[in-house]
Design a protein around this ligand. Structure first.
Ligand code: ADP
Length: 597
């Protein structure tokens, strides 16, 4: 009895001590000490590639985040990999915004950091609730004045800014997104130009007249011939202009999807990053061009029939920038604006549920602003779709094709259905007629001699296969099984294609662009669907990139270049012509705005 009393006493004491112990631990957490178990933790997330991080924490602070592995797109995804860790550390919060235009990379890096912080014992829900912005609106309207105001920091806008500066102007560029580049930086980036050096070395016959004819006829003769003339004649000089500023293109030209002829130049740097880097290097190395990010132009200021400035919104408040010489509108197209697409589309089935290859800023703001000052809009119903969208995102990423000549498209039955070297609208129309408007791109290992060869989205074929975004097999029968198409049909489609490669075509679909047979394993397949890509209509301009009103008269002080304009590509833009267009007309718009004193 006495013994058991002692035992109870001792147990009670032990319990009290253990309770005190527990309480003190709990209270530590409640007072904010010990938010984390100090140390360095790793985490992994999935962006376009695998993203690995190392996160270092003290008891109460996230002190360092290192990205130790990733293969996100330079100039696009890697912007998120810099910005998001910096914001998480600055605000000690997981409630940070994703970086516009880099959704997958943003989600991937947040996932990786979250995983590391979980391992560090963090309260993730609480960290997500911490506010991650401290912008204060002043409520004041700031006024600035310069020679030339450029609206939009994509390819056309930056070309205009640099060109205006080279012609003696001081420039302010307004960009609504938190980064420069627009669609240009995420584009396939092929640049069409008749090239006296490269094409000759490859034995390719071409001429400026042929480029003109293909552009004019490829757009069903809807484009304005005088603008197309400017485009084709200045494409090569503008390419040399880019090269003079340090931009590099590979030595060989190729035929880009829907480009109709081997005159596409491929930048050495992935996607459109080379163009944007080239302009930003110029801007960084020369004073006189100011780029304002997170600054959305809302209205053109017109006084006495002349455009004299721009109203804009910034996170801090309103801004008015007055332009002594001119305003260049370079806001891009409206592929990412579903309402505008629905308003103007008359040609395609409803585009409401289609995804887009475009960045989220492609909302047609410039078209609305120009219309409000009397600009004429042309060809607004001409919306270009591509048959090459990622089924999940609509983006061009994950596209396994390397060159038009060396791949075929098959439908869900494993049958070919179109000339894969045709115009983009022809191919997309044919794709809409297939089951689920869905197809597979089929090619062989001559396109990917090793697993680490990249597509033009900077993705290796091995990564795409590992992520389930492409399929690989040693036989066509096995490939067919993996992708769920009839093996006999796929084998027959490839055999017939190979016969046509031997004869040089035209084959049963009228295809004439061939290079290699599909005969060298491993074989690859990648899924694709229609996606909204380019809006060919827009603001009408003349050869000087001056904006015209509804009566065909110039609106003094207002210039436009790039996808915001209409009247060049007609009903169908040739692949590879957009980069030439935005560079040529951006350059012209900048020069003329600068000289418009
Ligand atoms: P382009 O190929 O014609 O240069 P891009 O899409 O590459 O077209 O670039 C257009 C740029 O204009 C994008 O960076 C986009 O975010 C920007 N932009 C669009 N609307 C506005 C606006 N209202 N104010 C400022 N920038 C804008």
């Amino acid at each position: 009895m006495r013994k058991s009393k002692w035992l109870i006493f001792l147990l009670t004491i032990a319990m009290i001590f253990s309770l005190i112990g527990c309480q003190s631990k709990d209270s530590e957490d409640v007072t904010g000490d010990g938010l984390f178990n100090p140390g360095t933790y790793t985490g992994e997330g999935q962006g376009l590639s695998k993203i690995k991080v190392e996160v270092t924490v003290t008891e109460d602070k996230i002190t360092d985040i290192k990205v130790v592995e990733h293969n996100e797109t330079p100039g696009v995804g890697d912007v998120a990999l810099e910005q998001i860790p910096a914001e998480i550390i600055e605000y000690q919060s997981l409630g940070v915004d994703i970086v516009a235009g880099a959704t997958m990379s943003s989600n991937g890096i947040i996932e990786a950091i979250t995983q590391a912080l979980e391992k560090a014992g963090a309260d993730i829900a609480a960290l997500k609730k911490v506010p991650a912005k401290t912008v204060t609106k002043t409520g004041e309207t700031i006024e600035k004045e310069t020679d030339v105001v450029v609206i939009g920091a994509g390819g056309a806008g930056l070309a205009a800014a640099v060109s205006a500066h080279q012609n003696g102007a001081e420039v302010i560029v307004l960009e609504k997104m938190p980064k420069v580049g627009g669609n240009t930086i995420i584009s396939g980036a092929a640049y069409n130009a008749v090239d006296p050096k490269r094409q000759q070395l490859q034995g390719i016959e071409d001429s400026v007249d042929k480029h003109f004819q293909q552009t004019y006829e490829g757009g069903d003769k809807l484009g304005k011939p005088e603008l197309i003339r400017i485009l084709v004649e200045n494409a090569y000089p503008a390419l040399e202009w880019l090269e003079s500023m340090g931009m590099e293109f590979t030595d060989e030209v190729f035929t880009v999807l829907g480009g109709l002829w081997p005159r596409a130049h491929k930048p050495v740097e992935p996607l459109g990053t080379g163009y944007i880097k080239t302009y930003m290097n110029y801007i960084d190395n020369n004073s006189g061009i100011e780029v304002l990010l997170n600054t959305r132009a809302t209205e053109l200021i017109k006084e006495n029939d002349r455009v004299v400035g721009v109203k804009a919104e910034t996170p801090e408040g309103n801004l008015i920038v007055r332009a002594r010489n001119g305003v260049v509108l370079a806001t891009g197209g409206f592929s990412a604006n579903v309402e505008m697409r629905e308003e103007y589309n008359k040609i395609w089935p409803s585009l409401k549920n289609l995804k887009t290859t475009n960045h989220p800023g492609a909302t047609g703001d410039g078209i609305a602003m120009a219309k409000a000052v009397g600009a004429n809009l042309i060809d607004m119903e001409q919306i270009q779709l591509l048959p090459m969208g990622d089924p999940e995102t609509g983006s061009l990423s994950g596209n396994i094709e390397q060159a038009v000549e060396n791949r075929i498209f098959v439908n869900k039955q494993g049958k070919r259905f179109v000339d894969e070297g045709a115009r983009r609208d022809v191919m997309t129309q044919a794709l809409f007629e297939q089951e689920d408007a869905f197809m597979w791109v089929i090619l062989d290992s001559k396109n990917y001699p090793t697993g680490d060869v990249k597509n033009n989205f900077n993705e290796t074929i091995d990564e795409l296969v590992a992520a389930g975004r492409a399929y690989k097999a040693d036989t066509l029968e096995d490939l067919a099984k993996q992708i769920g198409v009839d093996p006999d049909n796929l084998v027959e489609a490839v055999n017939k294609f190979n016969e046509a490669v031997e004869t040089g075509g035209p084959d049963e679909f009228g295809r004439t662009l061939f290079q290699w047979k599909i005969d060298t394993p491993p074989f690859y397949a990648g899924a694709r669907v229609p996606t909204v890509h380019h809006t060919m209509g827009g603001v009408e301009i003349n050869e000087k990139a001056q904006v015209l009103d509804v009566n065909g008269n110039v609106i003094p002080g207002l210039y436009a270049a790039g996808e915001v304009t209409g009247g060049i590509h007609g009903s169908n833009r040739l692949g590879g012509n957009a980069l030439a267009d935005i560079t040529v007309f951006g350059r012209i718009a900048g020069e003329n705005a600068a000289k418009n004193k």
